[in-house]
Write a protein that binds this ligand. Sequence first.
Ligand SMILES: [Zn+2]
Length: 286
Amino acid sequence: MSEVSLPAPPEPLAAPVFDSHCHLDIMVGDRPASSGDPVALAAQAASASVRGILDEARAVGVTRLVTIGYDLPSSRWGAEVAAEHDDVHAGVAVHPNEAHAATPETLAEIEALAGRPEVRAVGETGLDYFRDWASRDDQHASFRAHIEIARRTGKALVIHDRDAHDDVLKVLAEQGAPPVVVFHSFSGDADMAKKCADAGYFMSFSGPVTYKNAGYLREAARVAPVELMLVETDAPYLPPVPHRGKPNAPYLIPLTLRCLAEVRGVRPEELCEAINANGVTVFGEW
Ligand SMILES: [Zn+2]
């Protein structure tokens, strides 16, 4: 499938930044694309390698990334790749859409992986009320178990929150949030951003903040404290404008970063610097 057309690289950033959330294993085709997602399939057809993805990203100033797990095989894969690459950290978890698979044995291995030095996050976990692939009871039980793993291992908790803002906040408050919490691909409005800010939760903004109909996300990005902001691709999903419908990759971070900088009225390099500092707070030193 050599006719897959990939987005052209954006203008390089003037200062380095990192991608807080992507799925390298799906991009390189080591794992199936979720539900045959056409964008992910196109990414795989482009037959990238991990080294190629890292080099393309570095060429535009995206010098590091976090590859995020969603089940046991992807979590094991991410930990291995992070161990082999200085510019890659990993997150490990069972995704809320797979919560029925979060058996005690699986959670025990997730916790063992989370203890490895190159694994810096427990995620993505959380609640997804958009899809009903796993029951809400299973999702809540898995989410609470992952919160406990993050607390015991001291790693950042990376949250997938889809149409479940109130319950995610409630479970975090009831269970006791770990010291570092990240809302991945932040999808709330300004009011939700204020709630997260009050609780000290990080907000990681992704491609949708650039979408024409997503004014509420730009409002959220305007009111979020800069010391709680991150940027991510969620690649191969959620490509920023003008590449909707095409495979996303870490080298497209500059498009989302520039949108965030414009919304906040700051220079992109200022925002990159702040986000890199936040990255050390959240994921530790590289
Ligand atoms: Zn993700």
